[in-house]
Design a binder for this molecule. Structure first.
Ligand SMILES: C[S@@+](CC[C@H](N)C(=O)[O-])C[C@H]1O[C@@H](n2cnc3c(N)ncnc32)[C@H](O)[C@@H]1O
Length: 285
């Protein structure tokens, strides 16, 4: 965050941007991609299998804004309760709903009203009876303590100005023995100041990204155990300097900085992380 930004102003920028994307999908059926840039190619095709996508309507796949496929590695079981942080148009919720079946349920949480409207419209279209969406912030989840088996999240936590609170809340709502499986953006090495200070880069899932080591440390500090990186990939990050609403001069200024160029080439990673809340698993598993 730059000196002139506050947690509230960051959230307002993020909410406005994702609100616009949700309206574009709802009204104009436009595609979107991580993390705020209009899609050049289909994000969903890059992240999900053809079999997973086959059952999903266009208004679900068009709003796919993630950087991974968290349900593919969450080992979900029938009857489990799943919470998706920053559920967007609902793609991972609908995939999770298939896996937990009619005896399980999935809650999608998102702070952008237009995303909740899009996700509800998608749920109605799909007749997904075991999925519901809640408007709220992941820093103060409107979810009872100890009620969730599995938390998933796809390219969202990096957007939070208070990641300690997010992981503390995740820990609170999970049952003992519950697990968290997230895809997210982190950095290799520190973020160049010029990028951190670009408000638009928050939306692009870059300015808020932490160094991987610090991200994992925050998960452990919240109380999680067995914190494990399942995979990591370098992300092609031309979008950090190719935002539609960054002026040409701003782009040129950013790209004159050798540190920025090197960072955009190799410093942005998509990681898949798994962690467990200590305790004995009870109930339906
Ligand atoms: C990059 S999109 C990812 C959407 C979805 N997970 C997917 O893979 O398509 C980020 C989403 O997180 C939501 N979001 C961002 N910050 C949030 C916060 N602090 N609390 C709840 N939702 C948030 C945005 O409204 C947006 O829908």
């Amino acid at each position: 965050m730059s000196d002139i930004e506050t947690p509230d102003s960051v959230k307002k920028t993020v909410r406005n941007s994702y609100g616009k994307i949700a309206r574009d999908v709802l009204v104009h059926s436009q595609k979107a991609s991580c993390c705020g840039e209009p899609a050049k190619a289909s994000t969903s095709q890059a992240l999900y299998s053809a079999q997973e996508l086959a059952a999903l309507p266009d208004s679900v796949t068009a709003a796919s804004l993630g950087c991974g496929n968290p349900t593919a590695m969450a080992d979900l079981k029938p009857g489990e309760v799943v919470l998706d942080l920053g559920s967007g148009g609902g793609i991972d919720c609908f995939l999770a709903a298939e896996k937990v079946g009619p005896t399980g349920r999935v809650i999608g949480l998102d702070m952008t009203p237009e995303m909740i409207a899009l996700a509800n419209a998608n749920a109605a279209k799909m007749g997904a009876a075991n999925v519901s969406f809640r408007l709220g912030e992941m820093e103060a989840m409107p979810v009872d303590s100890g009620t969730v088996d599995v938390i998933i999240s796809n390219c969202v936590i990096n957007l939070s100005p208070d990641k300690d609170r997010v992981f503390a809340e995740a820990f609170r709502v999970l049952k003992p023995g519950g697990r968290m499986t997230v895809s997210d953006i982190v950095t290799r090495g520190p973020l160049p100041t010029a990028i951190r200070e670009s408000a638009n880069a928050w939306v692009d899932c870059v300015a808020g990204a932490l160094e991987e080591k610090l991200y994992l440390e925050k998960i452990r500090q919240a109380g999680f155990e067995n914190v494990e990186v399942i995979s990591r990939n370098v992300v092609a990050a031309q979008s950090a300097s190719d935002q539609a609403d960054i002026s040409t001069e701003e782009k040129e200024r950013l790209l004159q900085d050798a540190q920025v160029r090197e960072f955009l080439r190799s410093g942005i990673l998509s990681i898949k992380v798994r962690a467990v809340k200590p305790g004995t698993v009870m109930g339906n598993r």
